[in-house]
Design a protein around this ligand. Structure first.
Ligand code: ZN
Ligand code: ZN
Length: 299
């Protein structure tokens, strides 16, 4: 019985979220180059303000903000990880993959992303057409007005255009009434399988990490990704409660995977996601990630 108690304490130490993290990092941030609210340099300034020790910019399907963020981080001596968040899709639904330390000038990757960007515009156009058929008079220009000039167009911009036009009362209503999967103005996204996503990230010199998989991904789904070469799991994320954190940390340990974490911050006054620096991600995890990327590059 005594041994049982000791065992429980040991498990908790090993699998719960780290606490009292002094040197906190945040490896999951979005700028206005995808669907965040601030420009890349402003994201870095906010990270410094929050006292973070290392950060990554992980915009959806674009590397357009990485150079600006890297320069801003270098100016203040903040360790920076070039990153991206890939949208993947297969019969099991959607999988987001974080790609850390990808080479932003990798030809095959940049070509793929340029193509994906075109497809996103086509998708937004189709959503607008469906909305118009529902007598919601929103235009593609209204949607573009919600995105930054260099940014891509994604569903959040359609949602914000619907709010701005007074068609829905808030962002969430835009999704559950119109553009969420299964709703009348939903348009499916293009299909990049998770295995192909892992390959594209690694071909560009990056490490492939499953983003916020705590609730969405079963153990067998994660094992399939590990078989495809997955490098790690994002164990700390605002969508993960203590149960998800513990489950993912155990799986990371079992499969010898890296762990990462971040707030998935999209900017101030964006209540959908976690607040900047809200996750207790230790600096040590940045060191392990960087070392793994260096080791991969030297192979
Ligand atoms: Zn995501
Ligand atoms: Zn994200």
């Amino acid at each position: 019985m005594f041994l049982g108690v000791v065992q429980r304490v040991t498990d908790r130490d090993r699998f719960d979220a780290p606490s009292d993290v002094v040197d906190r990092i945040d490896l999951h941030l979005h700028s206005d180059r995808s669907d965040g609210l601030l420009g890349p340099a402003a994201v870095i300034a906010a990270a410094q303000e929050a006292g973070l020790r290392a950060v990554s910019l992980t915009d959806h399907d674009t590397l357009n903000g990485v150079e600006e963020a890297a320069e801003a981080a270098a100016e203040i001596g903040l360790p920076f990880v070039p990153g991206i968040e890939f949208s993947c899709y297969d019969d099991n639904g959607s999988t987001h993959l974080l790609g850390y330390f990808v080479d932003p000038s990798h030809a095959e990757l940049t070509e793929y992303l340029a193509n994906a960007r075109e497809l996103r515009v086509e998708r937004a156009q189709k959503m607008v057409e469906k909305l118009n058929r529902l007598s919601v008079e929103v235009t593609l220009d209204d949607v573009r007005a919600q995105a930054s000039e260099q940014g891509l167009i994604a569903r959040p911009h359609v949602a914000r255009a619907l709010v701005a036009g007074g068609w829905v009362k808030d962002y969430n209503e835009a999704f559950y009434r119109f553009i969420a999967d299964g709703q009348p103005a939903y348009v499916p996204t293009w299909r990049l399988s998770p295995a192909e996503g892992v390959r594209r990230i690694q071909d560009a010199g990056g490490l492939a990490i499953l983003a916020h998989g705590g609730k969405s991904h079963s153990e067998s789904a994660i094992r399939a990704l590990v078989d495809a070469g997955l490098d790690g799991l994002e164990t700390l994320h605002p969508e993960h409660g203590p149960y998800e954190v513990r489950r993912l940390r155990r799986l990371a340990e079992q499969h010898g995977l890296l762990e990462t974490g971040g707030s998935d911050w999209h900017g101030p006054h964006d209540g959908r996601r976690g607040q900047l620096a809200s996750q207790p991600v230790p600096y040590e995890w940045y060191v392990r990630l960087r070392d793994a990327a260096e080791e991969r590059a030297s192979q």
